[in-house]
Design a protein around this ligand. Structure first.
Ligand SMILES: CC/C=C\C/C=C\C/C=C\C/C=C\C/C=C\C/C=C/C(=O)SCCNC(=O)CCNC(=O)[C@H](O)C(C)(C)COP(=O)(O)OP(=O)(O)OC[C@H]1O[C@@H](n2cnc3c(N)ncnc32)[C@H](O)[C@@H]1OP(=O)(O)O
Ligand code: FAD
Length: 627
């Protein structure tokens, strides 16, 4: 029935102020106001329609993305949107595009690694989109091992230029988003060679395409790397391949904040750690953590609303069947994900603070917190993206068969999100970085150094103080266990930031109580999952473990009546969710039925191909049957 709220009874059960929770989720009243305004702007504009995305062939899909990106830019300028509003608009347009890399990596790379002069030259052009850029680091042969990149940038003192070259097939740049068909420029990572000496990997601004006719410049071979996983999804992006054949660029196009090459060809290193060349990755990893809660909450919103609509079994005396959300098994799969969405929101806020703090310290030449910032961004990126990708898939299963339909929104959400486990650092490779950081910390505790920040707890673990460890010895052999330790460390950060959030003043009737319940679900479900480890190490007795499980079940019951309101607090419009199962009004069945008839296959009653391929079979069967 149109206009009826099928979830109204569920909404009435809420024991907290949903509007106040919306503010907690958004981060502030201001953020909520901007989100409301921009999300409506996008949802009301038919130019931002996306319900046909999974059905479009690649070329049409890609052209459509170009159209939307251009239209979004037009609206941003017409409405004179601020940077904050413009980035919200891109968020609600919800279509992965070359612009993500332009704003998300190309500009930050120039800001982070360019000198003031370089920033003055390039940033105004990039901000006005008079040039469009991408981040070209990964090659066919090397992604994780950045120091293994093969592209070369050889200094030519006669012309005061660098010669950018791809010496092998495996040195072809491979994967950069926006590179395939759109970018005019790339921040390109290449080995700096001066006078035959290799100074390692550095960033260079290289123009790829003519600003007149968009054709590749001499010496440049560039194109798209082909279709990726899923319909629609990440195929709106032109991930690209790029080869250089002795392409010359002026010396001042090497990004020179961290190290410089003089006119005479002298290599000079600033007083800053060389790891700052990796700074853009730290920034984006932090952004990815902040975004994980958006993707997870979206899937959880769909699965929770649908679980309240869907009924199976349990009818008493001809009454309605049981809502599947009332099954404890459904709750034990769904509510930890709901709790994780909130937990990731708060850890994302904290990580943004940490990143800002590190940047301020770097300005003042204080590099002491850089290793911790690297470990936190790498580890939390790994943890939150893995849980989110698995969580989206779990939400699909929680929606039963209908979850497998594209109109549920979940298949595309999974396909667009799952590469986050790989890009910006393969999740295992990043956890190994965290493990290395933890082992270094242990070895420093042995020398009497007190750990601070996120590793302060290690200074309170008695037996670690007796440990004498060499970071390299046994590391490879024990790396699988060390990765588990790294995950546990990151989970501890998430739990402690959730608890710190609860120590703040949180206005709104019942809001804090709901967050306390979710926090409990978050850590108790982790404890439940890893109880074998806790029991084996005697950190828990079997009795404590059983009590913890009782408490977890009690929290599921506490959250159950609030579940719909807790996902309403994410404040997602139907346009943004793009899911029939997750509709705000819960009017699922008529809409699923209606949508089926819109599928291109149903445009004709007899399908194309029937006369060539089906009818001959049927005729043959008829003939056999007569025999
Ligand atoms: C659907 C979209 C969802 C979310 C997006 C939301 C928001 C994003 C916003 C904008 C972005 C837009 C779109 C994003 C989507 C996709 C884009 C994807 C882009 C890419 O993938 S770019 C390529 C990324 N590549 C990698 O991440 C490579 C991974 N490898 C590495 O980082 C390093 O090489 C590695 C493995 C960490 C280091 O290996 P190695 O041991 O060889 O190290 P080094 O010898 O180089 O260095 C040793 C030393 O340095 C320390 N260190 C390493 N990295 C860093 C760092 N980043 N910062 C500080 N310090 C670092 C390391 O710990 C060692 O220290 P030690 O000697 O032990 O003290
Ligand atoms: C959708 C998408 C968008 C991307 N966008 C960009 C972009 O814009 N710009 C860009 O430069 N790059 C981009 N990339 C590339 C991306 O950053 C790399 O793919 C990523 O860093 C992983 O590197 P790899 O492909 O070399 O994986 P590999 O390192 O080859 O990983 C293969 C396997 O080996 C394992 N492994 C690797 N090293 C170790 C180790 N030391 N110890 C134990 N196990 C190990 C990994 O865990 C994994 O299981 C993108 C990738 C994708 C999928």
């Amino acid at each position: 029935m149109e206009g009826v709220d099928h979830l109204a009874d569920e909404r009435k059960k809420a024991e907290f102020n949903v509007e106040a929770m919306k503010i907690v989720w958004a981060g502030s009243q201001h953020n909520l106001e901007v989100s409301n305004r921009i999300s409506k702007l996008v949802a009301d504009d038919p130019a931002f329609r996306k319900d046909d995305r999974t059905m479009l062939p690649r070329k049409e899909l890609f052209k459509n993305t170009l159209r939307k990106a251009a239209y979004a830019w037009k609206r941003i300028n017409e409405l004179r949107l601020s940077e904050e509003e413009a980035s919200k608009l891109r968020f609600y347009v919800d279509e992965t595009a070359y612009t993500d890399l332009h704003w998300g990596m190309f500009i930050p790379a120039i800001k982070g690694q360019g000198t003031d002069e370089q920033q003055r030259k390039w940033l105004p052009l990039a901000y006005k989109m008079q040039i469009i850029g991408c981040y070209a680091q990964t090659e066919l042969g090397h992604g994780s091992n950045v120091q293994g990149l093969e592209t070369t940038a050889t200094f030519d003192p006669h012309t005061d230029e660098f010669v950018i070259h791809s010496p092998t097939l495996t040195s072809s740049k491979w994967w950069p988003g926006g590179l395939g068909k759109v970018s005019t420029h790339a921040v390109t990572y290449a080995r700096l060679i001066i006078d035959g000496k290799d100074h390692g990997v550095h960033g260079f601004i290289v123009q790829l395409r003519s600003l007149e006719d968009h054709r590749p410049l001499p010496g440049i071979t560039v194109g798209d790397i082909g279709m990726k996983f899923g319909n629609g999804a990440y195929n709106t992006m032109d991930n690209g391949v790029l080869r250089f054949d002795h392409v010359r660029i002026p010396r001042n196009q090497m990004l020179m904040k961290v190290s410089q090459v003089t006119r005479e060809g002298k290599y000079k290193q600033s007083d800053v750690p060389r790891q700052l060349v990796y700074g853009t990755m730290v920034y984006v990893r932090q952004r990815i953590v902040a975004d994980a809660s958006c993707y997870l909450s979206r899937a959880v919103c769909i699965a929770t609303r649908y679980s309240a609509v869907r009924r199976q079994f349990g009818s008493q005396n001809g009454g309605p069947e049981t809502q599947v959300i009332d099954y404890k098994t459904q709750q034990s799969r769904l509510f930890p994900l709901l709790a994780s969405a909130y937990a990731f929101r708060f850890v994302g806020e904290w990580l943004e603070w940490l990143y800002t703090d590190v940047m301020q310290r770097l300005q003042a030449n204080d590099f002491s917190t850089l290793p911790e910032a690297h470990a936190c961004t790498a580890g939390l990126k790994s943890l939150t993206t893995s849980v989110t990708a698995d969580g989206i898939e779990e939400c699909r299963k929680l929606c039963g068969g209908h979850g497998y339909l594209c109109t549920s929104g979940l298949p595309e959400l999974f396909a667009v999100y799952v590469p986050a486990c790989t890009y910006e650092g393969d999740n295992i490779v990043l956890l190994l970085q965290v493990a290395r950081f933890l082992m270094k910390t242990v070895s420093q505790i042995g020398t009497g150094k007190q750990p601070v920040g996120t590793i302060a707890y290690m200074g309170r673990i008695e037996h670690l103080m007796q440990c004498r460890c060499n970071v390299q010895r046994g590391f490879a052999e024990l790396s699988a266990d060390l990765v588990e330790a790294a995950v546990a460390h990151c989970q501890l950060i998430v739990v402690s930031k959730f608890i710190e959030k609860l120590q703040q003043d949180i206005p709104g009737e019942g809001v804090k109580q709901q967050l306390e319940a979710l926090c409990g679900i978050y850590y108790l479900s982790l404890l439940h999952k890893h109880q074998g480890d806790f029991l084996a190490t005697s950190y828990l007795t079997p009795k404590q473990s059983a009590l913890a499980n009782d408490q977890l079940r009690a929290l599921y019951s506490k959250v159950r009546p609030n579940a719909i309101a807790l996902v309403d607090a994410f404040n997602y419009s139907d346009h943004f969710l793009s899911s029939i199962l997750g509709r705000y009004d819960g009017n699922v069945y008529p809409k699923l039925y209606e949508a089926a008839w819109k599928d291109p296959l149903n445009e004709s009653v007899v399908p194309d191909g029937y006369h060539e391929y089906v009818r001959p079979l049927l005729k043959q069967q008829l003939h056999t049957a007569r025999l």
